[in-house]
Design a protein around this ligand. Structure first.
Ligand SMILES: [Zn+2]
Ligand SMILES: [Zn+2]
Length: 295
């Protein structure tokens, strides 16, 4: 997996949501209204991911807004758990997921030029047992807004399990919008790309040139290497805490003094660290997540 630092890449930041539904499946808005709502809310792109369906959404793109076709597919789980929910970003042909092994579903997504995301692991009751057999997905939803309806939107430990036991995978915050308010405009990604095109956004996703947020802004992120010493530094909007996380017991949490806030922090990476990712939490509890640096 190629992994870049988005803060060192050329281009602009584009705000997008990778998971949404319309009346074509169990969403409450028709396709056109779903795209219009996100465009009006200031988003640069939206992926439509109706269950087991793929729609031509090209008519909903504008100069300043990209409509991306996708799907949420549900292969059965041969490993004992509930069925998978896999978001396919940028596919154009329906996948007959009922008859395919989950790895064949992911291979089909990639063969179409798309990318696969493992959705809402906490809500699905999935554990590492369900993810160990899967290959080829590029990201896991670290946050899913509609799953906050039962308080199971955050999946940081599932992401860390995969990072610790399996290796590089990116984290995505998404709305999984079905309604019009409670699960809209709360979790998104910021993608760095030279241009607002399908190729530009897909390349940004594949290389990890993005971060996830519920509001806080990551302003800069840097990996400084001097000889065999490594240091990660971050700058961000005012935060109550900044956490650096590595595998298992590795990491560090920095908390702002009472009545103050943090806008930067640094972490000297101990030897034998496999990865470091950064989490920002603001005063209201809203979070942002960088993708990991993999060593
Ligand atoms: Zn789902
Ligand atoms: Zn969904």
């Amino acid at each position: 997996m190629t992994n870049v630092n988005p803060f060192k890449q050329p281009g602009q930041w584009y705000r997008g949501n990778t998971h949404s539904h319309s009346t074509e499946s169990d969403g409450r808005l028709p396709i056109g209204d779903r795209f219009a709502a996100y465009r009006e809310a200031g988003y640069d792109f939206l992926v439509l991911t109706d269950h087991r369906k793929v729609n031509d959404v090209s008519a909903h793109s504008h100069d300043d807004f990209l409509a991306i076709s996708g799907s949420e597919v549900h292969p059965a789980n041969p490993h004992g758990g509930s069925m998978y929910h896999i978001v396919a970003i940028n596919i154009h042909e329906r996948i007959n997921c009922a008859e395919l092994h989950p790895n064949a579903v992911i291979a089909n997504i990639k063969a179409q030029g798309g990318e696969a995301v493992l959705c809402h692991p906490y809500w699905s009751g999935h554990t590492i047992t369900d993810y160990l057999p899967l290959n080829g997905y590029f990201a896991i939803e670290v946050y899913n807004d509609t799953c906050m309806g039962i308080g199971k939107g955050f999946a940081e430990s599932a992401w860390d399990d995969v990072l610790d036991r399996l290796g590089p995978v990116f984290g995505i915050a998404a709305d999984d919008a079905h309604g019009t308010e409670h699960d809209c405009f709360h979790g998104w990604i910021m993608v760095k790309s030279p241009e607002l095109t399908i190729d530009g956004i897909m390349n940004g996703l594949r290389t990890g040139a993005f971060y996830s947020t519920l509001g806080p802004e990551i302003v800069d992120l840097e990996l400084v290497e001097t000889g065999d010493k490594k240091k990660v530094t971050v700058k961000c909007s005012p935060a109550q805490s900044i956490v650096f996380k590595g595998q298992a017991s590795r990491g560090r949490r920095i908390v702002a003094p009472q009545g103050e806030s943090l806008t930067e922090a640094e972490y000297v990476v101990p030897s034998a660290t496999k990865y470091v990712r950064v989490e920002i939490t603001d005063e209201s509890g809203k979070k942002a997540w960088s993708n990991p640096f993999f060593f």
